[in-house]
Every structure is written in structure tokens, then in C-alpha cells.
Design a protein around this ligand. Sequence first.
Ligand code: ZN
Length: 277
Amino acid sequence: MLVELWCESSSRTSRAVAARKGAAVRVCEAAPGAPLQPAPRLSDLRPGSLICWPVNLRQAAHKRAVARFIKDLCKAASAKHAPKTKARIHSNRTPNIRKLALLTSPECKEWSAGNIVNRKRRCPLQIYAGRSATIEDIRFARQCHRQLRISLKEHNSLSIHEQPLLARMPKRFANVMSYEDTEWPWTVFRENGLPGVNSTYAARVNGCAVGMVHIDKPVCKPWKIEVRHGTLLKAVLASFRCPANHEHDRIVGGTRAKQSALYPAKLAAAFADEVCA
Ligand SMILES: [Zn+2]
């Protein structure tokens, strides 16, 4: 069972999970100002189902609904392994969640190279606004992953957080914005500024190693992927590095950057294999 946050409405990862007879929920972006849709019912999460839930994750009420949904899923997943209690009996009506996986990939354009250039030109007003919204996204991602950590065990949970490597935090400048290191996206699994427990790891993955091409030329889009649990996935991700024996095409803005937001099939399959393992 996979829940994807900040997901493209055509996400390959969810589709791959559904194809492997897992259930997948895409929490994708709702139209601005759209009313909150009810959360998918747990009884609808059958093997092979793929549900799209449009949500505006920049709105508090929507966020609360997502947090509640994840909490309910955690309950259902932990009830399956609990001894026969009321919760167990209740869980007969809810689906068999053997493993709950959460994949978060908040939008990061406020942190991207282009914005760093703007920052250097000192026109940071809209960047300030975007930046704090992004920090809120990161906080929310962390909150959701924490829910999995506290309610589930290694064998029934999987946390994945992805950010493009190029959305990099600038070095601390003496004159402007001291970025709070603990809020930096890569550290989504760090809590209270402490490094995560040893079940977490971060992998760097290159687009060209997972078959990302643009007009027959490999694209080296690098991602940083943080994972908690999932030993299988760890080994696979480690092999997704650019062999550095070819030329790359560059990704520059517009539709190409948009396309590259969709994971290549090979990466999506690696995620889905671990989710359904
Ligand atoms: Zn390469």
C-alpha cells in the first residue's frame, strides 16, 4: 500500500504499485480554491486499486485531512499484526495493509538554482514567500513520516522522501538570510536536529542511470532520496549512479523540467518493488 504526497496526477510509481497488486493513493494537487474532497475510504483500498485524491497541501484543513488519513492507515497496518483484539476484529472490515509506504516529494522550485541566482541579485520578496511555504511543506512531510515511525515497525513501513539534488541550499551568507539547517529538505528524517536512527539512509540517483533521455541524449538529473527501512531498495538505489561515460543533455525550464518531474519507469519500478515486497 503506497501513499504518494505532492504527486503528479499520472505518477508512474502509483501505477507500478497497482500493477503489482498493491493499493496506491495519489494525493495530487487540487485546483486552487477547490473544496476539500473526502478522503478515500479504507474499504476501497483493494489490491490493484489506484485512487486519486485531489488536495491542496498549502491549506491547513486539507493538511489535517491528509494527516488523519495517514493516521488511519497506520492504525489499519498495525492492527493486522496485533494480537486478536477489538482492533483486529475491526480491521476485518478494513483492507489488509501488510506494509504502508509513504513517498513525499514536495515542490522545490523556491530552492532551485534559478532562484539562488535571483537571490544573489537581491530581489528576494517573492522568494521569501515561496521559501516559507516550502519550509511548511517540508515540515508537513516530516510530520507524516514521523507518524509512520511511531506507529509502525520495520517490516510494515517504508518512508521515502525525494528532492532534486540541484535544489540546493546556498551557503550561509553573512549579509542575508541565515537558513535554518535543520529545516533543510534533505534532513526530513532528522528530528530535533538529530540524525535519524540507523535504519535511514540517503541515496543519490542520476536520471541517466534510470533511462531518462531527451531526444536520445541522457539527462543527468540528480535526485537525493532519503529512505527509512527497505534494504532491497537501498541496494537498487545505490546502483543508479551515472557511469560518467557519456554526454548529457541539459534540462532547462519549461516543459522539459515538468516532464522530468515524473520519475522514469525504472525508478518507479524500484520503488514499487520495495513497496510490494
Ligand atoms: Zn550520465
